[in-house]
Design a binder for this molecule. Structure first.
Ligand code: SAM
Length: 413
């Protein structure tokens, strides 16, 4: 099987710019549920002159820095999660035609060497709890073989091979999708055939994914980007002064990003033990995975916030009506806003005077009590002297009538 990339175009040094591709492209490399849409990100920076600096203090999958670089700006972003820092950096890198040809060759070799590995060969596998629930024996063997073969490479070639691996490990997982092969497995007594079939399918999928990633990496970026490792509650050194802070921050809804990221993070060796995930989530605003929840019990605020009185009222009701979980959730809401207050104070000096902020955020409810996150953001921005602070509804979130997505904007005086 050969990788179906346009080798001729690459050899002709045909390096397309993003202008030719207003579609999804690199944005589709890895999607995560709470990521805000690229269309919205593009729209929010459409008024900026080329070469502006756009900052996303909560990088996630890197939608903002990538959209900024595609439009000819400089996108910079920050995240606490090492996997997302890697992902954002890989999505926003420039790839020369020569590198992309090398990736195509490497993808072909990776599949060939992985196929040649025997079932009983000792291969590294991540310490995912009950890994057999995630992948069939055939798919797991193929993933281990691909992982071992990819380890022979480094630099940008390895990066793009690893993006392909990430896509494959989700598409052939039993846990993420109700994959067709699941029913095949149940209906068939022929386990050996099934396993072979799954391994072959996994290799073919890798080949297909590598081709499409190489294709989208050909669309070069007019601008550039830098994804920083850091904590957005603190100042991050080396940040350029920004014209616009544009982000979809963590929501106060107990949704841990880490939950969805675990399979990628284990296979890419950003996580080793289950406890690592809880430790990392404790550093994330709004994180409640594993030990992060128990740590909340003993959390004490380090500072007052401008919304303490408003929080007292809402959090009091949550603590009262939430039964045995009420006090914990009330602390969760307090800590979330306390951390966001630290963040607003930290981000302000890096924004140029006259520059603006745009936070796309949802409200939340706990035991039917609304937590008006958007209003509390606005109050914090006003306290810091921002002008024209506005809260606007962007859309309704789901069937819960009380939940909306808002845009909170303001201008630094
Ligand atoms: C809702 S996601 C960001 C979505 C992103 N704007 C996108 O479009 O993909 C929130 C992100 O904030 C990061 N995060 C949480 N706390 C942080 C902190 N203290 N400093 C920097 N990043 C943090 C999380 O790791 C997660 O990637």
């Amino acid at each position: 099987m050969t990788t179906m990339v346009d080798r001729a175009a690459l050899a002709r040094n045909e390096h397309m710019t993003f202008r030719a591709n207003m579609g999804v492209g690199r944005h589709g490399w890895l999607r995560l549920t709470p990521a805000y849409g690229v269309r919205l990100a593009r729209e929010k920076m459409s008024h900026l002159p080329k070469g502006s600096v756009v900052t996303d203090p909560f990088s996630g999958t890197g939608t903002t820095p990538l959209a900024a670089a595609e439009l000819g700006h400089f996108g910079q972003s920050i995240d606490v999660n090492p996997f997302l820092i890697w992902l954002g950096s890989v999505k926003t890198s420039h790839y020369s035609p020569k590198t992309l040809l090398a990736v195509a060759d490497a993808a072909r070799d990776v599949v060939a060497t992985a196929r040649a590995r025997q079932k009983d060969e000792e291969l590294w596998q991540p310490r995912i709890f009950k890994i057999e629930k995630w992948w069939s024996p055939g798919a797991l063997h193929a993933l281990k073989a691909l992982r071992a073969s990819i380890d022979q490479y480094d630099g940008q070639v390895k990066d793009l091979l690893e993006i392909s691996l990430c896509r494959v490990l989700i598409s052939c997982s039993n846990a993420a999708f109700n994959h067709q092969s699941m029913s095949f497995k149940e209906n068939s007594g022929e386990i050996t055939l099934f396993e072979m079939d799954e391994a072959v399918r996994t290799f073919a999928k890798f080949d297909e994914e590598a081709s499409s990633i190489i294709e989208s990496a050909r669309f070069d970026l007019i601008g550039s980007a830098k994804v920083h490792q850091g904590d957005s509650r603190k100042g991050v050194p080396d940040l350029k002064e920004s014209d616009l802070v544009l982000t979809s921050p963590p929501y106060a809804n107990r949704m841990s990003y880490i939950r969805e990221l675990r399979p990628y993070m284990y296979w890419l060796r950003h996580l080793d033990l289950a406890s690592d995930a809880g430790d990392l989530d404790w550093r994330a605003i709004g994180g409640t995975w594993g030990t992060a929840t128990s740590k909340l019990n003993s959390w004490e605020p380090a500072t007052e916030t401008p919304v303490d009185d408003a929080m007292d009222a809402v959090c009091g009701r949550i603590a009262e009506d939430g039964g045995k979980n009420g006090p914990l959730l009330s602390t969760y809401v307090r800590k979330y806003h306390h951390d966001m207050w630290l963040h607003f104070q930290a981000v302000t000096p890096s924004l140029r005077r006259g520059g603006s902020v745009c936070y796309i955020v949802g409200n939340s409810t706990f035991y039917k009590h609304e937590v008006p996150v958007q209003e509390w953001y606005a109050a914090m921005l006003r306290e810091l002297g921002y002008q024209n602070v506005k809260v606007e509804i962007i859309r309704k979130r789901n069937s819960n009538k009380a939940l909306f997505e808002y845009e909170v904007t303001g201008t630094r005086p």
